[in-house]
Ligand binder design. Structure first.
Ligand SMILES: NC(=O)c1ccc[n+]([C@@H]2O[C@H](COP(=O)([O-])OP(=O)(O)OC[C@H]3O[C@@H](n4cnc5c(N)ncnc54)[C@H](OP(=O)(O)O)[C@@H]3O)[C@@H](O)[C@H]2O)c1
Length: 356
């Protein structure tokens, strides 16, 4: 789906959700909602407890006086980010299309804005955690110019690098600074040791807000191109999503033969974690790919390709969907047909990469 920045006075398209209605203030939320969330469910572990919980916020020059932050978007990720900022003592104003999702945060000190504009007005820095960039345009709509002037937007929503670049231009046209980012851990890990977040955009803007952003996880600044953070985010998620799908496919293969998933999955996890030891560290692999060197002394394309065929055949025989292994088999077939059967499996990269 393409992402469309709205032009001034452009009415929402007919298939877009209606303009957000002002959500109720916290006082109008049912009291039962506020207490029901306390310490329960997925957010229980993310709620503020003691400041020392926020390990990532205590290294590398954290704020002496935590600055106000607005968090727009309260899915699991936005709620975890707001909770982490609250734990670190930041005044946090939140807004979400579905106001009820703010209840547990309000119960522990967040302020619920009655409109996106009110949330932006509450602080210089606004962090957006939405499904995609289109949601940002939907939320800000045609009033963005008056709302955004002088603000710093940090959009940690998923989208394409081009959408990030377009959004940076869109924000600049409305007087706002724009950082893009990608959170590289699941929501419960936000603000905890090991959490990290990619950022790109204007270096001086990043530096000015780095102590606050550190509350979410270790910030990794990639460069001034606003598309870089999403490029890295999507590339990492490419590895992640494909691995997850292969894990599910492999489990379906085993359970189709009547073997319980519990007898297979722990071993499958061992395979996942053993991959770096099998294929070498990233630097070695990068050198080989960059140099175009694929010596076939161990795992040849012919050997691996034969196995790819066996996985497809086993899937088809079991009635398990074979779409994923067929895609893998096609890559090996292509390389072998081009005469690279004796090369290392890394030669597939030559066929996958964009032609230069
Ligand atoms: N969850 C994770 O573990 C994780 C990990 C890494 C990165 N991320 C990224 O973080 C971002 C947020 O993740 P999430 O899990 O919190 O996602 P989510 O559950 O899909 O939440 C999305 C948020 O966006 C809002 N939203 C979506 N479309 C909207 C629209 N048109 N207008 C207004 N609001 C809209 C939703 O509002 P409503 O509540 O009203 O629906 C909700 O607050 C995503 O880009 C995701 O890729 C997530």
């Amino acid at each position: 789906m393409t992402t469309r920045p709205p032009t001034t006075n452009q009415p929402p398209a007919a298939n877009q959700p209606p303009s957000p209605q002002p959500p109720p203030t916290v006082d109008r939320l049912p009291a039962s909602n506020r207490t029901a969330f306390l310490g329960l469910g997925e957010m229980g572990s993310a709620l503020p407890s003691t400041p020392s919980d926020t390990d990532t916020g205590t290294r590398g020059g954290a704020d002496r006086e935590p600055r106000p932050v607005a968090v727009i978007g309260l899915g699991p990720m936005g709620r975890a980010m707001a909770a982490s900022l609250l734990r670190a003592g930041h005044p946090v104003t939140v807004w979400n299309r579905t106001a009820q999702r703010a209840s547990e945060l309000v119960a522990v000190g967040a302020m619920l804005a009655t409109s996106p504009a009110a949330a932006f007005a509450a602080s210089e820095l606004a962090i957006l955690s939405l499904t995609d960039y289109q949601a940002m345009y939907d939320i800000l709509g045609t009033d963005a110019g008056s709302v955004l002037a002088g603000k710093v937007l940090v959009n940690l929503s998923s989208d394409t690098p081009d959408a990030s670049r377009e959004a940076a231009r869109w924000a600049a046209g409305r007087g706002a600074s724009f950082l893009t980012g990608g959170v590289m851990v699941p929501a419960p890990a936000v603000g905890r040791p090991g959490a990290y977040v990619f950022y790109s955009g204007p270096r001086q803007v990043f530096d000015a807000h780095e102590p606050t952003l550190r509350r979410l996880g270790e910030p990794r600044f990639l460069g001034s191109d606003p598309g870089l953070a999403q490029l890295f985010y999507q590339a990492h998620l490419d590895v992640f999503l494909t691995a997850l799908s292969s894990l599910l496919h492999a489990t379906a293969l085993v359970t189709a033969a009547g073997v319980p998933a519990a007898e297979f999955m722990p071993g499958a996890m061992d395979t996942l974690t053993a991959i770096p030891a099998m294929i070498g560290d990233g630097q070695d692999l990068a050198r080989s790919l960059t140099a175009g060197e694929h010596p076939g002394n161990l795992s040849t394309t012919r050997m691996m390709g034969a196995t790819a065929h066996h996985i497809v055949a086993t899937s088809e025989r079991s009635g398990v969907d074979a779409g994923l292994p067929r895609a893998v088999r096609a890559q090996y077939d292509q390389a072998i047909a081009a005469g690279h059967g004796n090369a290392n499996w890394t030669v597939l990269y030559e066929f996958l990469k964009a032609s230069t």
